[in-house]
Design a protein around this ligand. Sequence first.
Ligand SMILES: Cc1cc2nc3c(=O)[nH]c(=O)nc-3n(C[C@H](O)[C@H](O)[C@H](O)COP(=O)(O)OP(=O)(O)OC[C@H]3O[C@@H](n4cnc5c(N)ncnc54)[C@H](O)[C@@H]3O)c2cc1C
Length: 759
Amino acid sequence: MIKVDATNERFLKTIALQTDFAVVGGGLAGVSAAITAARHGLKVVLVQDRPVLGGNASSEVRLWALGATSHQGNNNRWAREGGFINELMIENTWRNKEGNPLLFDALLLEKVRLEENITLLLNTSVISMNKKDKNTIAGLRAYSTQDFILYDVSAPRFCDASGDGILGYLSGAAFRVGAEGAEEFGEPFAPDQDYGELLGHTIYFYSKDTGKPVDFVAPEFALKDITQIPRYDQITSKSHGCSLWWLEYGGRLNTIDDTEAIKWELWKVAYGVWNYLKNSGKFPEMVNHTLEWMGNIPGKRESRRFEGDYMISQSDVIEQKRHEDAVSFGGWAVDLHPSDGVYSEKSGCTQYHSKGVYQIPYRTMYSRNINNLFIAGRLISASHIAFGSTRVMMTTAHNAQAVGMAAAICHEQDLNPRDLLLEDKMSTLQTRLLRTGHFIPHHQISDCENLALKAELQVSSTRELDTLLPGSKKADLNAARALLFPAPQGELAEMSFVVNADNDCELEFQLRTSQVFGNFTPDTKLKSKCILITAGQNQQVTVQFDHQFDQAQYAFCCVMPCEGVSLALSDELISGLMTVSHIADPKVAKNAVQYAPEESGFDSFEFWIPERRPGGQLPAVSFNPPLQVYSKDQLISPYRRPFIESNTWVADKNDPEAKLILKWNKKQSISRITLSFDSDFDHAMESVQFGHFDRAMPFCIKSYRLLDFSGNILKEDANNHHDHILITLEKSIETDGLILELLESHGAAVAVNSINVYS
Ligand SMILES: Cc1cc2nc3c(=O)[nH]c(=O)nc-3n(C[C@H](O)[C@H](O)[C@H](O)COP(=O)(O)OP(=O)(O)OC[C@H]3O[C@@H](n4cnc5c(N)ncnc54)[C@H](O)[C@@H]3O)c2cc1C
């Protein structure tokens, strides 16, 4: 028994923690920064004010994490982010392809718990900080609402990934709220007062069919008159979860100080919408439905944005500007919402996409006036317009990996974030990121420590891109369809398709490519050929474009719409090849063409997008002569995903024992190897609710063995589904070669993107 005497006053227990790197906010950005730093040797304290991790992606808010893939609905092909966030999404798809938000929580918690270097403080809110000098934070204070403990965390470097920027705010970092005027960064799209300067919050709900009638009595605070929502006719019996993103409110208020008031208004709206669905009599199909879950925490879109040494703005996104300090990329549309949100007469969002992904510079990821403060998540140094794109969570997580890695380098060399702009430090940061599977478009890997670059490479076979045989399915040409393929330098081979026609007609083929090298927007027509087809089934139609490519690049062979005509489809799946159609994805575009208003600063262009699996089959096609686009040289190419070239070696389909061999002319000391397989970077892998067809990506290697030249097995796995395999040997080995045996894929042709070896 404990007996305590009466006293005048008492104090909360205080625990002091000294760490290498303190991260505030356990959203996807904070978690990515913390894990990346921890995996590179830093002791990290991660402070999260709520019971689970994930922020807006957690089961408390339930948004699906997205990034540059934009639901696969714009022209950013193979654009899913890399590194830790990719590992997370692949594992979530494997364990939780149905998108249960609770399982996503559990996975995130597991990932953080597995990192011995991370001290995780859940239910712990940062409430104050102290400084060493005017521009340097010495420590932060956080309070655990569950343990009633005060934590004093001191560290040489901090990262604010808290969404609202609590640490940046308290420490005096320069920040902004609201929209810049058009003139500051030359942003023609800057909104006026009528549209509003700030995006609001949203609360979602989930419903469930119970199989028997369920009554609903609305709480007193629910919205009674649904017509107060001007767009209430958009509510359908299918409306729940992420499809209700437009139940938005608060853009005219202070989105930090007024959070509770905004939440009450959102509960009013959400319960009012549910009442309308249940009790208006317009949705008899909802009689058996119950309200399964209602958000208690509003999802926040926008509050503070902190100023770094550079503010990314509209032209960076749309002109896809290149930056020497590029460490990440984005690709979501510039997506603004009217500040009146759910009560606005206007469309719930205005989205303009760029023609491809854009680089995000490192200078946006630290405070310009607090020397030891990194910033991550939606609060990076971006104008309101650019923030409209950079705010999505796979992008914020990918950026935050750069922050975590930068923190590790700063720690090793006793530097401040800004110092990484000096001398060769930026290329160290970029190279170390790329080694983890991170992707920086147009930044080529040149890793002089990679012993694979000095090895003689041998492969058991190579797939020529020759013939994809027809299967049982066909695709009507009611919309234009294109084969997106890696075209080698030189004369383009003739291509033959298998065509079915109900009547005689003229079929138009177009050869297109992208104006901007590395984009996948087919905005440049190189050639057009019209071919007369007579009515009949399974006809071989050959098109010869007579075109010479002066360098290797992706090209589109477009077959234009033609009534009564269909193309035979193949059942084969090969890395780096895709079918796209000239259609719109209503989730991210209103039309199959982006019509940008004059003077808006955006481009008008066509969307050519894939169909998700199991759809989206390749056309049956023959190349004559076959294309040599999957050679072993692709294993050491400067990118590790389809980008400009396939960047993939593919084994011949008849190779019974596909393998690749690295051979050195003298023994090498090896302690670390990374393998990079194809996890289909085009797949958006939305984290929750969406649901996916595959658990594992068919292109990924399922079963493999890695051996040295003495026959020792260094690693084997019969049930792999990851694309980035890091093999750290307990003791370094001396060998003059490595053999990678590729026993099975998850269904597609056996392919490897790269193998990298380090001493
Ligand atoms: C309705 C809605 C729809 C959206 N749609 C999408 C979408 O489909 N896909 C997408 O990717 N993005 C979407 N977004 C945008 C995205 O969710 C936000 O931009 C997100 O905030 C970015 O992630 P983050 O890590 O910066 O912040 P958050 O996810 O908000 O994470 C910040 C974390 O910090 C914690 N925190 C805050 N203050 C403190 C403190 N004092 N101490 C400790 N911890 C603290 C919070 O609890 C939170 O967990 C949407 C946003 C909303 C609101």
